[in-house]
Design a protein around this ligand. Sequence first.
Ligand SMILES: Cc1cc2nc3c(=O)[nH]c(=O)nc-3n(C[C@H](O)[C@H](O)[C@H](O)COP(=O)(O)OP(=O)(O)OC[C@H]3O[C@@H](n4cnc5c(N)ncnc54)[C@H](O)[C@@H]3O)c2cc1C
Length: 395
Amino acid sequence: MKITIVGGGFGGAKTALELSKSKHNRITLISDRPDFQYYPALYGTATGKSHLQSWVPLGVIFADKPNVDVVIDSITEVEPKSKRLIAASGNTYEYEHLVLALGAVTTYFGIEGLDHYAYGIKSEAEIKKLKHHLYMELKERRHSDKHYVIIGGGPTGVELASALGSYIKRLRRHYKLPERQVTINLIEASPRLLPRMHEKSSAKVKKRLEKLGVHVELGKKVESATAEGLTVSGRPLKTHTIIWTSGVANNPFFKANEAHFEFAPNGKVLVNEYLRTKDGIYIIGDNAATPFSGLAQTALHDALFVSRNFDHRQANKPLKKYKAVMPPVVVPVGEDWSVFEWRGLRLSGWPAGLLRHAADLVGYSDVLPIGRALGVWRARREHEADYFTPTPPAK
Ligand SMILES: Cc1cc2nc3c(=O)[nH]c(=O)nc-3n(C[C@H](O)[C@H](O)[C@H](O)COP(=O)(O)OP(=O)(O)OC[C@H]3O[C@@H](n4cnc5c(N)ncnc54)[C@H](O)[C@@H]3O)c2cc1C
């Protein structure tokens, strides 16, 4: 079978790897970036840890897969009738079977100034921009904010808040800046952190962050941002470092091609029990309106599901119906301390920290052979070689 997959993230890369196991399949993987991003590690790279843990070249992942062609291009249109994809480069790609796994994008919910003044940590370019800003503030201008503000008390905001304080301290010490009280403010609009987890886990995480020196502000709404700071629930907060970790929306590709898709109220694409649209296109991962969409484990689960059904088609066996599976959630809060939840089970502290380390190893080995996965996994502990040197400004 000839299968075209768009998106080289958790869903797309895993689908290609699974399908590559059959020599009857010929796979084209089209992605707009040359690497696979391991999102759960991005906060670590943003706070001085090795970039090796965060992105792995697609060429490495598919090096020994002769039936997978990796194409770097950005798809802008789909024409299901003629079974064609159109790309930003002007190229067109014909397909027989199509899997879309384009992931989510950041949204600022229309909050004035955030798109201009907030930093992000969702990509290599965003991380470089943030690190360059910190370098310019601390090394070149010899100035540091009293408040470093992270917006969003979901997993990414919590993880980043737990690591940013010690990173700033290390930078200040290295640049020989005088001792100064620096506060990491974590602002969340809902009444508790990690609103998708149990209340008890939220309370433990808040206590742990406060122990690490993070100032947690709950039930506070960010109203606007300027070069000098934020307005939070009517109160001004002076800062030059605003990091936005909240707000994800479905990939705009789908709205741009809305004639071919139907949407759930949250903007994700409606799919049938085989994760297909009315035109027979497979939609997986963050793009699909499934119960646990928005998690890496779900994208991997979807990838296994669709590839097994391709095997069934090939063997003329009846297709399986999709069953959503609730994945475990584990959020690190500082080195070796995490909260973990799965079904009725809740853990916190170092036992959950061990589970997080194990989950990362499993995560890397989902896309890499075990030897390479171990190498990348070990890199999580290493500091970036350019830890104290400027990163080039993001393009
Ligand atoms: C900072 C951060 C931390 C996270 N931490 C966790 C965590 O700890 N645990 C967890 O379970 N989940 C976590 N997630 C969520 C998880 O990463 C996603 O659910 C998962 O990546 C979804 O997989 P996907 O394949 O749907 O999309 P992605 O992995 O985002 O892959 C989408 C791919 O499509 C490519 N693409 C996009 N548009 C186009 C286009 N037009 N043409 C071609 N290619 C395109 C992208 O470049 C990307 O390679 C985190 C997310 C973020 C942002």
